[in-house]
Design a protein. Sequence first.
Length: 245
Amino acid sequence: MPAKRSLDPFPIGLVSDEPLRLEGLVSIFELPGTSGSPPLLPVTGSLQELLALSTIEYLVLDMHSAEGGLAKLDSIRRARPSLALIVIGPAGNDELVMESIIAGARAYLDLSADTTVVRQAIEVVTSGSIWAPRRLLSKLIDRLLKTPDASLTNGAVHLTDREKQVLDLILLARSNREIARQLGIEERTVKAHVGRLMRKAGADNRIELSMRALNLPLVAHTPPTDAKPARERGWSTDPERSLSS
């Protein structure tokens, strides 16, 4: 049964105000996927319709401008906190990229991204990683480290032994798939552990979770011995365009 389940397609919601761009997004799923990756199933509809579908865990949001974009991301996060967002938005706005990721987006691509790059980013996100311009990594980490959070000042958060194991591997920049393989558990179980860790930490994404675990009194926990500073860890799934968390 587990082997068969791993072949089940991941439904990916697609939202765009322009019919031609939506058609282009749908065509992405006709491209061959990476070997070993699960099949992806495009699901179109209005944002409200897709948010109402519990089967949708991933959503590609096509934004044409920065105006109102962050407010839309915030409303999506409030409605579906666990939904993984892939945002396609305007280029040349580093602040928008960082704010989008902090607001919960797992990927940010500019509007000029071709179909192959978009497909690759979707696969990176469904594997449990984050895709964003690598040049913004240092700025993003600094932003997260400077963000105070009173919820973390009331003592350490209790973690189970398994959650500690998962957290150790997150700090080593392992994807959900890699964590599942190393711990001998299913990928969906890893996703459940990661979700609980983020809720306990009050983190919106894995980068923020890593930063809080390493730098704030999140748990009475010693980072893994081969953990390196975030700027030195191999977070890049693509040396030019992305970072993995």
